[in-house]
Design a protein around this ligand. Structure first.
Ligand code: ADP
Ligand code: MG
Length: 599
């Protein structure tokens, strides 16, 4: 054993070091300073808040936040910089009733530990005419005194991270830091339509909202009025939660969650779980790789929300999380339900010669390609399907009698079929509707299978059972699926090592002369779709619907097309196939007239 060193190596850190370490958690970048100071202004009851950022060649030089809130007394202005100094709570129990954005009493102390802060504040309606000025640099108070000032508070932050070079080194480019500030402010502005915000960068106005108390105005201000036309309101109230705001029509979906803005009790938060709940509310209205746009304000009983999880408070812990998730899903579903969700092919999506950029932009927004199929599509179309098509149509017609029938779409009259894929139809309003026959029929069949109409799960025994070999891995997955498959009408038995005997399949799949279909179905089943995993039953339902529906490339008679159209009108969700692709798009007469320059 080596000799024990009697000199103590453990020491208590001095307060300045403690403060700098603590500061690192709260103030990781300039945007965090903006967030903390703006939140203080909001907590102070400000009606208007001005944010000025000035930059240098190196990055963000200084940050100034001015508010017309309650202001601080001279004593408070001094005390505010002490670590854990707050006027917002008195003890831990208050955290469960917290209505303010701040409560940890860390922000001013932390910011002042790593920069030079000048605070000027004057108490509102106090009769005192002067304000208080306090300057703190690197945690040291270097100046205090009286100063003439308007009511409210002004905080200026300079030389950020001057004494923490390591932190400074990790700052990203000026552009990135500004982008972070924008992101923070967007969330705050949306959560507080009752406050007017103005942000300037190097004296150039960047972001302005009026004191309107209307969320929709704030959205329009920040993201343009085009987006507003594609939003639907959400209003859902339960005893412990109220959900309000706006969500997008499916046609406005995006590749990421960056436009999913959720606030809990006016605190903008980031939660993959709650974003997932919103997404889930769309069900099969969205393809699996797309996300909606959402601006949702959640008012939740404060006793159910724990914001004391992370110093930046962007993460929250929720009690009764499952019920909250369910409430969000219901709110989204209810507000989409019963709406006309047929995407309009707006004029802008049509390319006039030399107008390819507009076309591309519009297409990107619609997220599906509306270019005509290659002429070869017509050649590939088969007539052999006529009797199969009739059988497939009869199958789903049987089901429509059972499903409660209320048409979701207007009466449509078929004009013809195009490319063996698209049905052209017209409404009495003179709109032209293009329908993807496979997607439409797949939707009809999907709903009927999912509704568990007994007929659809009836098995029909194969005259000759099919022997199916699988790889060891696939065989394992398949054995687990056997009970679920049996429920849906596929009767499979294990038949030696990695081999199965298929004895029966659901009636909806028809006579199955071509056994390769079964092989493909089993492949679909064992190969997990990337993205969101779905329940086995849902997966099997989708596969049956896809395989049992009329295929793209099948030439249908006008009468058969009309039958598809008649059936889709009664679908619960006639607008998308089970995978979230649109079943139909619409051209209004006015749009066509514009296209042909008749207006
Ligand atoms: P917290 O917000 O968690 O209380 P801060 O360090 O951000 O902690 O602020 C400390 C205290 O300073 C606040 O509790 C509040 O009383 C006061 N304060 C800070 N900023 C303002 C402001 N803009 N207007 C009025 N009071 C403020
Ligand atoms: Mg604060």
């Amino acid at each position: 054993m080596t000799a024990v060193n009697t000199v103590s190596t453990i020491r208590i850190l001095d307060q300045a070091t403690v403060n700098q370490i603590a500061a690192g958690e709260v103030v990781e970048r300039p945007a965090a300073v903006v967030k903390e100071l703006v939140e203080n202004a909001i907590d102070a009851g400000a009606r208007s808040i001005r944010i000025d950022i000035s930059t240098s060649s190196e990055g963000i030089a200084d940050i100034r936040i001015i508010d017309d809130g309650c202001g601080m007394s001279p004593a408070d202005a001094l005390l505010a910089f002490a670590p854990h100094a707050t006027s917002k709570i008195t003890g831990i129990d208050d955290i469960h009733r917290i209505k303010t954005l701040g409560f940890r009493g860390e922000a001013l102390a932390s910011i002042a530990a790593v920069s030079r802060v000048t605070l000027v504040s004057r108490l509102r309606k106090s009769g005192v005419v002067t304000g208080t000025k306090v300057v703190v640099s690197g945690g040291e108070k270097i100046e205090t005194g009286d100063i003439g000032a308007p009511e409210g508070t002004c905080v200026l932050v300079e030389d950020l991270f001057f004494n923490t070079p390591a932190r400074k080194k990790f700052l990203k480019s000026k552009k990135t830091e500004i982008a972070h500030i924008h992101a923070i402010l967007e969330g705050i502005c949306l959560a507080h339509p009752e406050i007017s915000f103005r942000m300037f960068i190097d004296q150039t106005e960047q972001l302005v909202t009026d004191r309107s108390s209307r969320l929709l105005d704030v959205i329009a201000r920040m993201y343009g009025s085009d987006i507003v036309e594609k939003l639907v309101p959400v209003n859902h109230a339960l005893p412990f939660i109220k959900i309000s705001g706006y969500i997008s029509l499916p046609s406005l979906s995006r590749k990421d969650t960056s436009r999913m803005m959720l606030a809990i009790n006016q605190r903008y938060i980031s939660s993959a779980i709650l974003n997932g709940a919103v997404r889930e509310g769309y069900g099969t209205l969205l393809p699996k790789d797309l996300y909606p746009v959402a601006f949702l304000m959640l008012d939740i009983d404060t006793s159910l929300v724990d914001v004391n999880v992370h110093p930046t408070k962007k993460l929250v812990r929720l009690s009764r999380e499952k019920e909250i998730i369910r409430a969000i899903q219901d709110a989204v579903r209810t507000s989409l339900f019963g709406r006309d969700l047929i995407p309009d092919i707006g004029i802008s999506s049509q390319s006039f010669p030399g107008d390819s950029s507009r076309h591309a932009a519009a297409e990107a927004e619609m997220h599906y390609d509306f270019t005509a199929p290659e002429p070869s599509g017509i050649r590939e179309a088969t007539h052999a399907g006529t009797s199969t098509t009739d059988r497939q149509l009869r199958q789903t017609e049987l089901g429509t009698g059972v499903v409660p029938a209320e048409a979701k779409l207007p009466v449509m009259e078929v004009i013809g079929q195009f490319g063996g894929i698209y049905i052209l139809a017209t409404t009495y309003d003179g709109e032209l509707i293009l329908i993807d026959q496979h997607a439409a029929h797949e939707r009809i069949l999907y709903e009927q299978v999912a509704a568990r109409i007994p007929d659809y799960h009836r098995s029909q025994e194969l005259i000759v059972p099919i022997i199916l070999h699988r790889s060891a891995k696939e065989a394992t997955i398949l054995s687990d699926l056997l009970p679920a498959l049996a429920n849906e009408g596929f009767i499979l038995e294990e038949f030696g090592r990695d081999t199965f005997l298929i004895r029966a399949v659901p009636v909806v799949l028809g006579k199955l002369e071509d056994t390769s279909v079964i092989d493909e179905i089993m492949s679909d089943l064992v190969n997990e779709e990337p993205g969101r995993p779905v329940h086995n039953r849902e997966k099997i339902t989708r596969i049956i619907a896809c395989r049992g529906a009329i295929k793209a490339g099948t030439v249908c008679s006008q009468e058969q097309c009309q039958r598809i159209v008649n059936q889709i009108r009664y679908a619960e969700n006639p607008f998308t196939c089970p995978h979230g692709r649109p079943t139909m798009v619409r051209f209004s007469r006015a749009e066509l007239d514009t296209l042909f320059r008749r207006t």
